[in-house]
Design a protein around this ligand. Structure first.
Ligand code: KG4
Ligand code: ZN
Length: 337
């Protein structure tokens, strides 16, 4: 089953053709990062306008690279939420028009299910049941995956998402958008001992639960910078970035390990933009040693792309999920499960 998929939930306009949830026949991503960088974050209205310009050429390019015309695909899939409403509407409208014009079934895919499905493309070994740690700009969650279209929530953030915290902390440290990779680079320049750092930050976990809370960690970084300013000192930005990253990662690892222990499952997948973070990968490897296996998507599938949407749609179809009709609407929020 060849699925043409479209993703436009944030600042990437992406299209792909994926066969049977696995074989990527083509994948095209038009990133708007450079456009939004000067504003320090994604400007929703500008994102929508650029999606409108890009979606046609990106879809055409995905079909051309797969050596197909619209007639040759079996279904269309599109991210309908969660994300920026105006941005999502561009992909949803375009996908509905394609499905109507070519008389193809249409799958409405949750962005979250897309991120989870990214690991199916990369790893044959990943099969339910397992646990997924989803860490993106919009979500931080631990999900139990009992079937390809069967998820339950084991932990979530009470406030900010992990990626959002990286982006906000990067901003106050004067780093460009998106902040995650910039924090990682700046943190790598700190060569001292983290345990001896003068910066002490709160771990982003909610005691007695497997939920996360990133807003206190973010505020603590802002307070460190303000205190330094009030004392007329120059903050050690690299050290602060390193301590922030370490603390954020420690919280994610702590809850992930707790959930693996309580469920007794042996496979953990990590998905979403923050899964690109190498310190997170290293510390999860240490936390998992001898207890469970950890899988990550390749870097190109960690951040937003349409391959994962095509893969998720395939698993929706084999699980018997209903197709969408032309009343499909975009949705800024969709439930995690
Ligand atoms: O999954 P994604 O592309 O979009 C959403 O669905 O939100 O995730 C983007 C998020 C941003 O917050 C970005 O700063 C973060 O992922 N990110 C990282 C890294 N690369 C991207 N965070 C930490 N370390 C990274 N290397
Ligand atoms: Zn995403």
């Amino acid at each position: 089953m060849k699925i043409l998929s479209i993703e436009s939930s944030c600042d990437e306009t992406a299209a792909a053709v994926v066969e049977d949830g696995k074989a990527v026949l083509s994948s095209v991503v038009a990133s708007q990062i450079e456009i939004h960088r000067r504003f320090g974050g994604v400007v929703p209205e500008i994102a929508s306008r650029n999606h409108t310009l890009a979606v046609g050429p990106v879809v055409d390019e995905a079909l051309a690279r797969a050596g197909l015309t619209l007639d040759g695909v079996d279904a269309i899939a599109v991210t309908y939420g969660a994300g920026l409403l105006g941005a999502l509407l561009v992909g949803v409208s375009y996908a509905k028009a394609l499905a109507y014009a070519a008389n193809k079934p249409l799958y409405a895919v949750s962005h979250i299910k897309g991120h989870i499905a990214a690991n199916y493309i990369a790893h044959d070994e990943v099969k339910p049941p397992y646990v997924c740690l989803l860490v993106s700009g919009g979500h931080s969650a631990l999900l139990r995956v009992d079937g390809y279209d069967d998820f339950s929530l084991l932990g979530t953030t009470r406030d900010d998402a992990a990626g959002e915290a990286f982006d906000k902390v990067a901003r106050v440290l004067g780093l460009p958008y998106p902040g995650g990779p910039e924090i990682e680079k700046l943190a790598a320049t700190f060569s001292g001992e983290l345990s001896e750092s003068c910066y002490k930050l709160p771990k982003p976990v909610v005691k007695g639960t497997t939920d996360f809370s990133f807003s206190g960690l973010k505020t603590a970084v802002i307070n460190c910078l303000n205190n330094a300013k009030n004392r007329g000192e120059t903050p050690d930005r690299a050290q602060l970035a390193a301590v922030f990253q370490e603390t954020a990662v420690d919280g994610l690892v702590e809850n992930a390990v707790a959930v693996m222990e309580s469920t007794g499952l042996k496979t953990l997948t990590v998905a979403g933009g923050v899964s690109a973070n190498s310190r997170l990968r290293q510390k999860l490897k240490e936390g998992a040693a001898g207890k469970f296996s950890v899988f990550y998507p390749p870097l190109s599938l960690c951040t937003d792309n349409a391959e994962m949407i095509g893969a998720a749609a395939y698993y929706m179809s084999v699980s018997g999920a209903p197709t969408a009709d032309l009343t499909l609407d975009a949705s800024a929020n969709v439930p995690l499960t």
